[in-house]
Design a protein around this ligand. Sequence first.
Ligand SMILES: [Zn+2]
Length: 76
Amino acid sequence: MTEMEEPVQGTLLGPRPKVHAGKCQNCGYALELYEMDVKKSMKVMRCERCGVLHFYKKDIMGKWRLQRAAKSELVR
Ligand SMILES: [Zn+2]
């Protein structure tokens, strides 16, 4: 039998890959990674300019899909 599934782990080689995150839905500025939840296959990207949070969820194809974008008043 051939292995169909790629190992989830083992991709931590070398420096962190620069992820092309996408653009802000509000102002079109570049997004930065704000929070990542590996267990839920979710991540939150934050606009560097206007602070809008973009909630992404990984689909079955392994691609990040934008669920919603919302402005957050919370600042860490
Ligand atoms: Zn923005």
